[in-house]
Structures are given as C-alpha cells and as structure tokens.
Write a protein that binds this ligand. Sequence first.
Ligand SMILES: [Mg+2]
Length: 150
Amino acid sequence: MLIYIDMDDVLCDYTAAFHQAINLTPSIAFPQSQYGFYANLTPIIGAVESVNALIKSEKFDPYILTAPSNRNPLSYTEKRVWIEKYFGIAFTEKLIICANKSLLKGDILIDDQLSGRGQDKFDGQLIHFGSTAYPNWKSIMNTLTQHNFS
Ligand SMILES: [Mg+2]
C-alpha cells in the first residue's frame, strides 16, 4: 500500500519552531528562511517510531511528500538532512519535495492540511493528521495496523 506522509506538523513540529523563533527575534518576519530551521525541527510525538514501523512493514510502502519553502532554498537540503537523521540514509531516496500533492498516485496521504497543496485532489484516502478522528500518530497507526484499511 503506497502511503505518502507530509513533513511539517506531521513528522516535525514546524509550528512550535516558527512561534519560538518569532518570540526570540520578532524582527525576523520569516524565521523559516533562516539557516538550520528545517534541519533542526523537533519530531512530532510518535512520528519517528511510526514511520520506522511503516518502513519495516511489508504491507506499506511509505514515502515522504512535502512542499518546499519558497522562503528558503535550503529547505530542500535540510528536509533531506532531517530524514536521514531520523530514518537513515537509505530512506532519503523516498523523500519527494513537490508543491502539488495530487500529481502522485497512491493509496493514502497523511497530512495536517486538507487543501492548499493539492491534498483535496489526491485520488487516494486522505488521513487528516490532527483532526478529531486522527489527533496523533497512535490513532493513525491503530487504524493502519489493526484494521483492514481500504
Ligand atoms: Mg504540513
């Protein structure tokens, strides 16, 4: 089962880092444009264990599907660095950086946003991370592993 996983606010805590940076240096309007911003994001609780479980499983074929930051050309490299840090170098081949998530065929997309990057036109199942049904990784993994997801 082909499964795409968003990065910002699904795997890594973009929002917390953004607000922390704004509080520390309010004069910087776009903290995500700074060197090291994407490479140093904190993982969302349960994300690393869950994706590693999906990587090991025979049922799922996970890819990371994330939009680039148009404020930071380093985001391409730093997202790659982040993936290697938490999932190993082999999995970095499965990082897809693309602004339109409907371009890819697949079974499942896990994303915290329902639209804006083509999520609403994705032809598979959209799992809305952070929603009432899927508030965290535990709830997603319960659904993916304990039920016949279709
Ligand atoms: Mg996101």
